[in-house]
Design a protein around this ligand. Structure first.
Ligand SMILES: Nc1ncnc2c1ncn2[C@@H]1O[C@H](COP(=O)(O)OP(=O)(O)OP(=O)(O)O)[C@@H](O)[C@H]1O
Ligand SMILES: [Mg+2]
Length: 444
């Protein structure tokens, strides 16, 4: 089974590759309700560490502390996390492995992917464009430790462009406008290549759809005539409940909605619900969106060439105002993805299906297959199985495979049994590394 997994700051979204279709994986939320995402959160209560929905629910528990999103921690990739004494000493790899394992358990037990427990789960993971090599390694390794077969990593805008290419006849440069939950980025991707390549990218690290919830909460507070000091004295658990209330109102907005009702009674006893005119809400969101428009304008002027299409993705862009403002700025070049919060995950699932296809085509001359007819590339002397230093992956070995070199089964059939096993094990490792880091060992 092949899956694409997009690890977001606020949501992990997974799509399944199923005979040319890419349905989203649905999980059971804390109340048993269907959700097409899984929280990338870690929290602590007493001496206990919590992940996923347990960590999510802990946000309204005054006895728990929410450490935060694993993606935000990864971005800064501390070797050891010390944000809370109860997590000090845990490496980022440990924490991400715990989140990945909770995600794996949720796939097995609380999702519509029924056979997850029995089939190998082959995945392609999304990675931000500017992710450093530690971040790439930790991401792949954590999911491998959690029991997934990591087919590869793909930069998020590249994945989004694969999803775009799936539904559109288009070639050349594509601008991806991505407004997520907590971040914004814009990238130019040249989509003709296989895989497509990111030419240039810019972003805002602290702007996303969750900021609209905060804007709505602020407006509701003002409309109820409440004071700032009262707002500032809200506990983290109350603040979470208030933002959740606003998030529900925001996500239910249709282009024709006039008012959003916010019930402040959930945090202040006796407080009546208030009605916020959508016009007032949008007026206060506009300056935030102006910042994203300026980033895109800057990117386009750096790129210097004309682009035919602008693709609007990310859950944050589901707010109707976003498309309105992007269209005003860039005329009708822009189109919004149908499943804007899942575009990246779907693109990753497409990549996973492609890699799986490549794998079955490779079979006829795979280094692990007995019926290989001939060597594609002569085996260099230092790679001769007879003289192989087992367990040692050097550059020459990796470059040999990266350049399309294969070793037939015949060449290893004379080896003694234990030596053959060690040798085949090395080939497996080499293949796994090449799938995970396809560009790392290419000749430059
Ligand atoms: N129908 C909707 N209308 C408005 N906003 C929505 C809607 N659905 C989801 N969102 C918002 O989308 C945001 C989450 O988007 P997404 O899943 O793309 O973020 P992420 O991948 O977790 O974060 P990031 O990309 O910043 O790392 C949240 O702020 C959520 O409230
Ligand atoms: Mg995202």
């Amino acid at each position: 089974m092949q899956l694409g997994i997009d690890i977001g700051t606020t949501r992990i979204v997974a799509a399944l590759a199923d005979r040319g279709n890419y349905p989203l994986v649905r999980f059971e939320g804390p109340e048993g309700e269907p959700r097409d995402w899984f929280p990338p959160l870690i929290a602590v209560r007493g001496s206990q560490r919590l992940w996923g929905w347990d960590a999510w629910s802990a946000q309204s528990d005054p006895d728990a502390t929410v450490i935060g999103s694993i993606k935000a921690l990864l971005r800064h990739s501390y070797e050891h996390i010390n944000v809370d004494s109860r997590t000090s000493g845990a490496s980022i790899l440990d924490l991400l492995t715990e989140v990945a394992s909770a995600f794996r358990t949720a796939l097995d037990k609380d999702s519509n992917v029924h056979s997850a427990a029995t089939e190998p789960l082959e995945i392609v993971l999304g990675i931000p464009v500017n992710a450093h090599s530690d971040q790439r390694f930790v991401t792949a390794e954590a999911f491998r430790r959690a029991g997934f077969v990591v087919l590869g990593l793909l930069e998020e805008p590249v994945a989004a462009s694969l999803e775009f290419r799936h539904g559109h006849e288009y070639s050349g440069g594509l601008l991806i406008y991505h407004l997520g939950g907590r971040t914004f980025d814009a990238s130019v991707v040249e989509i003709d290549g296989n895989p497509p390549a990111v030419v240039t990218s810019e972003g805002l690290e602290h702007l996303g759809g969750d900021d609209f919830d905060a804007v709505l909460a602020e407006l509701a507070w003002e409309a109820a005539g409440l004071q700032l000091f009262q707002f500032n004295s809200l506990s983290p658990a109350d603040l979470f409940r208030l933002h959740e209330e606003c998030r529900h109102g925001k996500e239910a907005l249709a282009p024709t909605t006039q008012r959003i009702i916010v019930d402040l009674g959930i945090v202040l006893q006796g407080c009546k619900p208030v009605a916020i005119p959508v016009v007032a809400f949008y007026d206060r969101c506009r300056p935030l969106l102006d910042q994203t428009i300026r980033v895109v304008e800057q990117l386009l002027s750096n790129y210097g060439r004309r682009l035919e299409a602008l693709y609007v993705i990310g859950g944050g862009s589901a707010l109707p105002l976003v498309m309105r403002q992007v269209r005003e700025a860039f005329r009708n070049q822009a189109s919004r993805a149908a499943n804007s919060h899942a575009t990246t995950a779907i693109g990753l699932a497409i990549a996973a299906a492609q890699k799986n296809g490549d794998k079955s085509r490779e079979k006829s001359f795979s280094p692990l297959c007995g019926s290989a007819p001939s060597l594609a590339v002569p085996i260099p002397a230092n790679l001769d199985p007879e003289h192989w230093l087992c367990g040692f992956m050097n550059d020459a070995i990796m470059k040999f495979f990266a350049s399309g070199g294969t070793i037939t089964f015949d060449a290893v059939s004379n080896l003694l049994k234990d030596r053959k096993e060690a040798f085949l094990n090395d080939l497996q490792t080499a293949r796994r590394m090449l799938h995970t880091y396809p560009d790392l060992f290419k000749e430059r």
